[in-house]
Design a protein around this ligand. Structure first.
Ligand code: G3P
Ligand code: CA
Length: 289
């Protein structure tokens, strides 16, 4: 048995060594399990991701939860009676106990044909994701990092918690679990990145960019990020090179096709955020030889 474990570990190490980019499992592994759920994160750990990508929000009772949307999404969740959600339920207006009543694993996301529903799966807290990784005894889990997105937008205060409060609550959970050295904070709303820098300068920050910015160097000068995460659709080698010169990593989101992975790896990006982390891991082994 011990030999088997050792062989498996060595195989994993060899495989990890063959990786040219870090593999970030998007919303855990959305291609296979309902997004941002414990089954999706468990699967990502099982296949050996380097980083778990996840989205966070805050409940009425100030709990940090893992959700892409500021509302209960009727495309993904059923109510406590197993019925379709017909009203707009804003997460920041309900307690964690109420959040936990929704089943956000029963419905298959039709955009991901290989996704397996997991009925009776609730929206997890960030603490539950940290606990999942801590309890998992695999090598991947012991080293895994967490790329945590603060889901917040300026201009919609009825949906989102104020950035200062959001980050204070998020940082308290990170500290409680001793995860300061294993997290990256990413956001489209740079206000939260400024806030986290005030609390802990050691935590890497990542600027999420939907569109190509007019002046990338200016943006970097202003926010001093460790990472820039562009939409993979517009990123080019010139951006990767420019960022590298400034000491900034490039980690695009969210390519799911081999042809796109190949292009990005050739550009020498530092990581790739994908819904199919196991496929990207397999793809990189022959690629690097
Ligand atoms: O990590 C970046 C990526 O997750 C941003 O897009 O909408 O999937 O959160 P979204
Ligand atoms: Ca995200």
């Amino acid at each position: 048995m011990r030999y088997l474990i050792l062989v498996t570990l060595l195989a994993f190490e060899a495989m990890a060594g063959a990786r040219t980019v870090a593999v970030h499992g998007h919303r855990g592994s959305r291609g296979y399990y309902p997004e941002n759920t414990l089954p999706a994160f468990a699967h990502a750990l099982k296949v050996g991701v380097n980083v778990l990508e996840l989205d966070t929000g805050i409940t009425k009772d100030e709990q940090v939860i893992v959700s892409h949307d500021p509302v209960i999404n009727p495309r993904h969740c059923l109510d406590k009676d197993g019925k379709v959600v017909t009203s707009k339920v804003i997460l920041k207006n309900i307690t964690l106990k109420e959040v936990k009543e929704y089943d956000c694993g029963a419905l298959k996301n039709s955009d991901f044909p290989k996704q397996t529903p997991v009925p009776k799966t609730s929206i997890p807290t960030l603490s539950e994701v940290f606990e999942l990784a801590t309890k998992d005894e695999s090598l991947a889990a012991s080293k895994v990092l967490f790329n945590i997105e603060t889901k917040i937008e300026p201009g919609n205060p009825e949906l989102y918690t104020d950035p200062g409060k959001f980050v204070k609550l998020l940082y308290a959970v990170i500290k409680k679990h001793g995860m300061e050295k294993r997290v990256i904070i990413q956001s489209f709303d740079f206000r939260t990145l400024v806030e986290i820098r005030k609390l802990d300068r050691r935590i890497p920050i990542s600027l999420l960019l939907s569109d190509e910015p007019g002046d990338l160097a200016k943006l970097v000068k202003e926010y001093k990020p460790n990472i820039v995460s562009p939409n993979f659709k517009w990123v080019k080698e010139k951006h990767v090179n420019a960022l590298k010169k400034l000491g900034v990593q490039t980690i695009p989101w969210t390519p799911n096709r081999e042809s796109d992975w190949k292009k990005l790896i050739k550009m020498k990006v530092d990581g790739i955020i994908t819904d199919y982390p196991d496929d990207l891991i397999r793809f990189q082994v022959p690629f690097s030889e």
